[in-house]
Design a protein around this ligand. Structure first.
Ligand SMILES: [Zn+2]
Length: 279
């Protein structure tokens, strides 16, 4: 979730599944009646359409209808990810410049997906408005659903709230995407990860709560439930594996070695933490 400095939630798909199902059903109804949702993207800020034969300026991006986002490297257009198309819907050029490198950084989380579509905030009036209601309650800025497991919605308004950092939210949601492909679109938990942190669901007088008997989640939001603990660990690993190594050694070891981990066999923290001075 965006407000990293106060460690607020990065997302919570389960909480909003029912609401999103309703919104998507309503949206389908609107599509049938009106022929398509209103596009709220600001004119003039869209990424250019690719002409893949044309030389380009390094660092720039373009979007190809079928092949997805391309990045200019050494004067030529190359797909953002070599093995699968990445589509960004309704994203402004500044959003593309922010999210495209983050997608590349988090591509281990897409190894089970055939494609990715990232839905930037202003794509549809209906889902955006619904989502903003949650966002402004400071509950969530990202969403994936069982309806379309390779579609990630990011819906906080970064343009007008520069303190929002949705790259962490993006990696968190990609963690859910990985699990939905690993297990099923209706499952967000990874049992072997739950075992490592000792995540258990407990019925209490105040309702359902989650306990973590072996190791705490890496963020306050991760305490929401086992699936959010997993997604927060994954997001933090992409952002800073050394912080996971330092703060959550059991989760770090799981991320590097477990059969169900998207980062199995990858390089982790490159700093020898044992030589760090304690202050
Ligand atoms: Zn989540």
């Amino acid at each position: 979730m965006p407000l990293r400095n106060i460690d607020s939630p990065r997302s919570s798909p389960r909480l909003f599944q029912a609401a999103l199902l309703l919104s998507n059903l309503l949206l389908l109804g609107l599509l049938g009646l009106a022929g398509g949702p209103a596009c709220l993207g600001s004119p003039g800020t869209e990424v250019e359409i690719c002409d893949l034969e044309t030389p380009c300026d390094d660092g720039s991006y373009c979007k190809h209808l079928l092949k997805g986002i391309h990045h200019c490297d050494a004067g030529s257009w190359r797909p953002l990810l070599e093995d699968k198309p990445v589509h960004l819907r309704g994203c402004t050029s500044s959003e593309v410049e922010r999210y495209a490198p983050a997608i590349v950084e988090g591509q281990d989380l897409l190894q089970l997906s055939a494609s990715l579509t990232l839905d930037c905030p202003a794509y549809t009036a209906l889902s955006h408005r619904l989502a903003r209601r949650f966002a402004y309650n400071n509950q969530s800025c990202g969403l994936v659903t069982f309806l379309e497991p390779d579609l990630v919605h990011l819906y906080c308004d970064e343009e007008n709230n520069p303190e929002f950092d949705l790259t962490g939210t993006l990696w968190h949601e990609l963690g859910h995407v990985y699990v939905s492909r690993l297990r099923s679109p209706l499952e967000f938990e990874v049992p072997s990860f739950n075992d490592v942190i000792g995540c258990t669901r407990v019925e209490s007088e105040v309702g359902v709560i989650y306990r973590f008997t072996h190791e705490n989640p890496v963020s306050l939001y991760g305490r929401t439930n086992c699936a959010e603990a997993y997604a927060e660990a994954v997001a933090l690993f992409v952002e800073d594996p050394c912080e996971v190594a330092e703060e959550a050694p059991l989760q770090y070891a799981w991320l590097l070695t477990a059969e169900d981990s998207p980062f199995r066999g990858r390089q982790g923290c490159q700093i020898d933490l044992s030589t760090q001075l304690a202050y």
